[in-house]
Write a protein that binds this ligand. Structure first.
Ligand SMILES: Cc1cc2nc3c(=O)[nH]c(=O)nc-3n(C[C@H](O)[C@H](O)[C@H](O)COP(=O)(O)OP(=O)(O)OC[C@H]3O[C@@H](n4cnc5c(N)ncnc54)[C@H](O)[C@@H]3O)c2cc1C
Length: 325
């Protein structure tokens, strides 16, 4: 019996067929755009480039002059994708699918994961075929506010004892049915299938999960939210980190808020455009003992000396404190 943390691996990396793309771009009259943009200096992943290409192909907006209706175009991958995403054109994000392997995740986790349906493909380890030998369990982060150290130790001990007992039950059935000497795969499968019913839902297993960018943008915030279960939060914290690092223009509006409780957990949040705009326009000035909070050019609050401002606007909370004169 072993306690393990889930292992999250991104096992794919999409590459453009440069020759094919160049041919298509030329037919659109967009060869200049392609040659200028698809360069090693332009630090954009092939996935992000493809999404930009597909989106621009809808309006022939590779540059001015290709479509007489278009008199100006957004320049660059980051600006273009931000506008596509802010406008809600989610279907373009479905062109790219990422492939993850989640190892040492429980059946609690996989049961929650498979509730997300559109834009995914799943290959789950079959416990009808794969016979259980060592049973592993999620290495729980400490619940500092809910359990004392003594209660945590007690809980880990009872998990260990139960898993070891259930491991011994699997061994006992293997011996009784003489499975190690069995020739017939059909018999082994039938019995393995029956035996798995005596395994705990918390046992660790593996699942391959593929999801397109649109689905990822939906699932990562949902499954890292404080309301979600700790193991799925753990996994999707990693998934979010990988997505943000590798595809910054697709996940430009996703921000990490740590729980700050030592568990390493936190929430990935998509910050809506209206909130990002508000942040951009907010500025705070301090002048002769007076604080002024600006939104754009409008001063929305001012006060003197020793004050607290709590400005609540949607999810934003701004707190200014100045103690003493
Ligand atoms: C914190 C948390 C607690 C939960 N607790 C429970 C629980 O106690 N019991 C339980 O049963 N489940 C629970 N769930 C699972 C939850 O009910 C959903 O099944 C899961 O989150 C997936 O829902 P989704 O709407 O995001 O669908 P997804 O399958 O991820 O679909 C993504 C989006 O696609 C669209 N879509 C998908 N299918 C359709 C359709 N048929 N028609 C129209 N639009 C569609 C919707 O906009 C949807 O939001 C929980 C989930 C979370 C995050």
């Amino acid at each position: 019996m072993e306690f393990c943390k889930p292992l999250v691996t991104l096992v794919s990396d999409f590459h453009l067929d440069e020759k094919g793309m160049a041919e298509v771009a030329a037919k659109y009259g967009a060869d200049r755009w392609f040659n200028e943009q698809y360069t090693p200096e332009n630090d954009v992943s092939d996935s992000e480039f493809l999404i930009e290409f597909m989106a621009r192909s809808c309006y022939k907006s590779f540059g001015v002059g290709l479509n007489p209706n278009v008199t100006k175009v957004r320049e660059g991958n980051a600006e273009y994708l931000a506008n596509v995403i802010d406008s809600g054109h989610g279907s373009v994000l479905e062109h790219i699918q990422l492939n993850f392997m989640f190892q040492d995740v429980s059946r609690v986790f996989t049961h929650e994961l498979v509730r997300h349906r559109p834009g995914v493909a799943i290959s789950q380890e079959s416990l009808r075929y794969v016979r259980l030998t060592d049973l592993k369990c999620f290495d729980f982060p400490r619940l500092k506010s809910e359990l004392t150290d003594e209660e945590e130790e007690w809980f880990r001990a009872i998990v260990k004892r139960t898993f070891e007992y259930l491991e011994s039950v699997q061994d006992e059935m293997t011996d009784k049915f003489n499975l190690n000497n069995e020739e017939s795969f059909a018999r082994k499968k039938k019995l393995t299938s029956r035996m798995r019913r005596l395994a705990p839902i918390g046992l660790l297993t593996n699942i391959g999960w593929s999801a397109n960018f649109r689905t990822l943008r939906h699932v990562i915030p949902l499954r890292t939210s404080k309301a979600a279960e700790e193991e799925i939060r753990w996994v999707f914290a990693d998934v979010g980190e990988m997505c943000k690092r590798k595809y910054p223009n697709i996940f430009f509006d996703m921000e990490w808020n740590s729980d700050d409780d030592g568990t390493g957990l936190g929430e990935w949040k998509i910050i809506p455009k209206r909130i990002r705009d508000l942040n951009k326009f907010l500025s705070i000035n301090f002048k002769e003992n007076m604080y002024i909070l600006y939104m754009g050019k409008t001063a929305i609050f001012s006060h003197t000396n020793r004050f607290v401002v709590n400005c609540l606007y949607d999810n934003i909370s701004i707190e200014l404190r100045r103690w003493g004169a």
